[in-house]
Design a protein around this ligand. Structure first.
Ligand code: SAH
Length: 223
């Protein structure tokens, strides 16, 4: 796969050493999958945020991306990616393209990434980065992700990067019944938990992976 991060103006201005420092932090914090760590060491996070905060791009923290949304915390990106990649998915659906960073990481690890965003401006911004860098296996849609992307289903994996009270039933329906795995923040008693749902034939297995803090999963689209 031929992605060219140098094509992007501004790439290179933030040192590779700060990215490597982030990777060693992720390892210390328990991320083990080398493919995930490698993808995170390749994708420059600073090109997915505005230049004014690019200097903070390798801090292990969430950052604003406009429209009151955030690029997720690197440790959470790594953790969610690791849970999914350990199952070897080929086709993956993301709800909440946001900056495009999570989709970019996934695109180095799977055959096809489908990503839906409900805010048109963010959808366009992420698309323009994908085009400039040359990601050929990321397919995006400006729509309400609650409905999933039925024409492209079933998916081997689904990642929801915004929190709801419940995982939308359309997403569970669009998950492959041959060991498909979905990961999503889910709200309960005022807290958000990272939950995975595995589907084997008709059997659904759920697991909780800790507390997280995502922006809310909203309804409808925003121009
Ligand atoms: N994966 C993103 C994280 C972005 S924050 C990244 O790597 O940067 C979550 C995103 O989910 C926001 O951009 C928000 O607009 C979007 N979102 C919230 N509800 C949504 C919905 N129903 N459908 C699609 N996107 C949604």
């Amino acid at each position: 796969m031929s992605v060219d991060f140098k094509k992007f103006s501004g790439s290179g201005m933030t040192s590779d050493s700060s990215r490597l420092k982030l990777i060693s932090e992720l390892k210390k914090q328990g991320i083990k999958n080398n493919k995930v760590l490698n993808a995170m060491s390749i994708v420059p996070r600073h090109i997915f945020v505005d230049e004014a905060i690019a200097g903070k791009a390798y801090d292990n923290t969430a950052l604003p991306i406009g429209k009151s949304q955030t690029i997720s915390h690197p440790l959470i990106v790594a953790k969610m990616t690791e849970i999914l990649i350990n199952r070897n998915p080929k086709r993956i659906l993301e709800i909440g393209t946001g900056s495009g960073y999570q989709a970019a990481i996934l695109s180095l690890l799977v055959d096809k990434v489908y990503s839906i965003e409900r805010i048109e401006l963010l959808h366009k911004k992420a698309n323009s980065i994908f085009r400039k860098v040359g990601f050929k296996n990321i397919y995006t849609k400006f729509a309400d992700g609650n409905e999933g992307w039925s024409q492209k289903s079933p998916f081997d994996a689904i990642i929801v990067t915004a929190g709801a009270l419940e995982v939308p039933s359309s997403l569970i329906e669009q998950l492959s019944s041959r060991g498909g795995i979905l990961i999503s923040p889910v709200k309960k008693n005022g807290k958000q938990y990272l939950k995975s749902i595995e589907k084997n034939n008709k059997i659904i297995t759920e697991k909780v992976h800790g507390v997280v803090n995502f922006v809310p999963l909203l309804q409808g689209t925003e121009k």
